[in-house]
Ligand binder design. Structure first.
Ligand SMILES: NC(=O)c1ccc[n+]([C@@H]2O[C@H](COP(=O)([O-])OP(=O)(O)OC[C@H]3O[C@@H](n4cnc5c(N)ncnc54)[C@H](OP(=O)(O)O)[C@@H]3O)[C@@H](O)[C@H]2O)c1
Length: 287
């Protein structure tokens, strides 16, 4: 761990992942290993909770002793398996990042949320000169950027009323380094990282801790669609990293070997500029 960021690698202790049976076995072992850890007993809301990284976050939140988990999903039926497994701990709640009315309704319903994790996102494989680059860029911005902004705006009063809490945004290594095959997705993740920085500064006043999570290639449907299966890190590592970052009150969480490399090169810039005091920087520049 650096002083201002969390790094999670495959050999570190992490929340369980795998098939249903192996998952249960891993849960039992993990629970034995973590019996003495104080449960965080917070109410957590997660968007895109039904599969991929979002599902791993639900599992990790349950493992760490969450008091209640709002599983944000577009289609409520897609949370059935989670409810079967966790019972009343998991409460499905409809959230479509493309439908602001569902976000506002969720904020009116989940008034006890203390940790809000905006995980849902979409990715298209689009290079700058593809015919559909412009409409796909618009789609990705709508979900990955406008959706984030609307989540933050809707849940700001909820978090404030509940003592500040934490807001976590799933960004990416792609927020810092574009790949031409995923150009529009990378642009949307750079924009969501920018919004996340603004939230960090703005919410310092109300005591809401903001975490920007930057996974490299990760095991999920999105990871497979991107062709990452051979190099992908388990989704559980992302979940572990983000809860550890909340515990440690750090802003960045880097997950997996590629993110580790990027974070090393980025550390000084991040410390001075991204996490530095902008007023002090201005004074230094113009004095
Ligand atoms: N996988 C990677 O390699 C990787 C790396 C870095 C960052 N990330 C980021 O991590 C996050 C999760 O990715 P993932 O790999 O788990 O993706 P995934 O396997 O494709 O799952 C995406 C999740 O987002 C939900 N979703 C899609 N559009 C939505 C919308 N308009 N409103 C609400 N929910 C919506 C999906 O719900 P449905 O089931 O209803 O479609 C699903 O639950 C994303 O923000 C992604 O950009 C992923």
């Amino acid at each position: 761990m650096t002083h201002d960021a969390m790094l999670v690698f495959p050999n570190q202790s992490r929340c369980p992942s795998g098939s249903r049976d192996s998952l249960r076995a891993a849960f039992s072992e993990h629970f034995r290993n973590t019996m003495n850890r104080t449960p965080f007993q917070k109410t957590v809301l997660i968007t895109g909770a039904n599969r991929g990284i979002g599902r791993a976050i639900v599992e990790c939140a349950a493992d760490r002793g969450a008091a209640r988990i709002y599983a944000g999903v577009r289609n409520l039926d897609s949370a059935n398996e989670l409810v079967e497994h966790y019972g009343s701990l998991v409460q499905p709640i409809q959230i479509d990042l493309d439908a602001p009315d569902t976000i506002e309704a969720a904020a009116r319903q989940a008034t006890d949320a203390e940790i809000v994790i905006n995980n849902a996102g979409i990715m298209h494989i689009t290079s700058p000169f593809d015919d559909d680059a412009v409409p796909l860029l618009n789609r990705e911005f709508q979900v990955n950027v406008v959706g984030l902004l609307q989540m933050a705006r809707a849940f700001a009063p909820v978090l404030r009323a509940n003592g500040g809490g934490a807001f976590v945004q799933l960004n990416s290594v792609a927020s810092l380094r574009a790949t031409s095959a995923f150009s529009t997705y990378c642009a949307s993740k750079a924009a969501s990282y920018s919004i996340t920085q603004s939230l960090k500064d703005q919410w310092a006043q109300q005591g809401t801790h903001v975490v920007s999570v930057h996974p490299g290639p990760t095991q999920s449907d999105m990871g497979s669609a991107a062709g990452f299966d051979e190099i992908a890190t388990p989704a559980a590592d992302v979940a572990t990293a983000l809860f550890d970052a909340i515990d440690a009150q750090v802003f960045h969480a880097w997950v997996g070997p590629l993110a580790e490399l990027v974070s090393h090169s980025y550390a000084e810039f991040s410390q001075t500029v991204i996490e530095g005091d902008m007023r002090a920087l201005r004074e230094q520049a113009f004095s």
